[in-house]
Design a protein around this ligand. Structure first.
Ligand code: IPM
Ligand code: MN
Length: 378
């Protein structure tokens, strides 16, 4: 007897630039893999992004947020366009979604893939993962700019696990323009991301994680992160070893020995930076996927941006988006399907002649041709 198909509705914001092109290929791969575990997918597409904003002035209406919240998961292409001032769409769409759905983990794996050139020679293979705290730190959006040496900003913020009220009040002795931005790391925030990092290491069969901080320069903010992370590990995961590294030193070591790391537990800002470095070392943004994960709706995306310079040319590499689709399926407990996509990507890269590789790897295959080739191997 065949069991009834498991039906999933996925909210999709293809977004700007190459976003729609790569998302189309991610959907292809997910649909090809769905039958493996008798799943079926419905896509609920939303138009938000630069063109929608320029046409309507609308960034991300509350009604759409509530609708999106009912989906099983979400896929996001890329947000950002040179015609829109930086920050409006990134904060208004991407960060808003991360915050309202309290997606406190940004999970960004990096894996050496066959025939994908790496900028640094490797002894072994890169197989690391950034576990980035995704709701706090310098990303909270608490700040202001003043031209006259006096700053007073009223703060009011609702977050998944707390609300915040207060103000920033700073006055300089001279009328110098300045900016201030407040970062918070809370005990709840650090504990939950530390748990996730430890669980991730355990699933990988590893017994060590690296805590990435900068407590020598910012002892309050990052000393606290470090202390809470260490306390969480020693009280809840006594068998897990941890090393603490300042982010500058980590970048140095990561460039020299990219294959020496496993789970990298990072506060939000360092996780943003380290995950780009890690992606670059593993072969580029074209293969880097990420998941914004929480207890409610989770959202999966390629780590790359909207790349307006190559949008519409067919030169975009859809592999990152396809792997984001696989991460989404894994999150939905469709492990076999997720593995099938991962294997298909590796097979495709391992077996394709140069011409059939993405432009990013000096081939000539268009975004859709890469997507078709991967889907055919699933
Ligand atoms: C990322 C991006 C975003 C971030 C930007 C677009 C706000 O760089 O997803 O890494 O900083 O988190
Ligand atoms: Mn980034």
């Amino acid at each position: 007897m065949s069991e009834r198909a498991r039906k999933f509705t996925v909210a999709v914001i293809p977004g700007d630039g190459i976003g729609p092109e790569v998302i189309a290929e991610a959907k292809k791969a997910v649909e090809a893999a769905a039958s493996i575990e008798n799943a079926s997918f419905e896509w609920a597409e939303y138009p938000f992004g630069a063109s929608h904003y320029l046409e309507t002035g609308e960034v991300l209406p509350g009604s759409a947020i509530s609708e999106i919240g009912k989906a099983s998961a979400m896929l996001l292409g890329a947000i950002g366009d040179p015609a829109v001032k930086p920050g409006i769409l990134e904060r208004g769409i991407l960060l808003t979604l991360r915050f309202v759905f309290d997606q406190y983990v940004n999970l960004r794996p990096a894996l050496s893939l066959p025939n994908v050139p790496t900028p640094v020679p490797l002894d072994g293979k890169i197989d690391s993962v950034v576990v980035r705290e995704n709701t706090e730190d310098l990303y909270m959006g608490l700040g202001g700019v003043t031209r006259d040496g006096k700053l007073k900003v009223q703060l009011e913020l609702e977050r998944g696990s707390y609300n915040l009220r207060g103000d920033i009040a700073v006055e300089l002795s001279r009328e110098i323009p300045f900016a201030a931005q407040v970062a918070l790391n809370t005990q709840t925030g650090v504990e939950r991301i530390t748990r996730f990092a430890c669980e991730t290491a355990a699933k990988r069969g590893e017994s060590r994680i690296t805590i990435v901080t900068k407590s020598n320069a910012a002892p309050a903010l990052y000393g606290f992160f470090e202390d809470i992370a260490r306390e969480t590990i020693s009280s809840e995961y006594p068998d897990m070893l941890s090393e603490t590294v300042n982010v500058d030193a980590l970048c140095y070591h990561l460039v020299r020995k990219p294959d020496a790391y496993g789970v990298l537990l990072c506060p939000n800002l360092f996780g943003d930076i380290v995950s780009d470095l890690q992606a670059g070392l593993a072969g580029g943004m074209g293969t880097a996927a990420g998941g914004n994960i929480g207890d409610g709706l989770s959202m999966f995306e390629p780590v790359h941006g909207s790349a307006p310079d190559i949008a519409g040319t067919g030169r975009a590499n859809p592999i990152a988006a396809i792997l984001a689709g696989a991460m989404m399926m894994r999150h939905m407990n469709l492990e076999k399907s997720a593995q099938a996509i991962g294997r298909a990507v590796s097979d495709y890269l391992a077996s394709s002649p140069k011409m059939a590789m993405p432009f990013e790897f000096s081939g000539e295959a268009s975004c859709a041709q890469v997507g078709d080739a991967v889907a055919a191997k699933i």
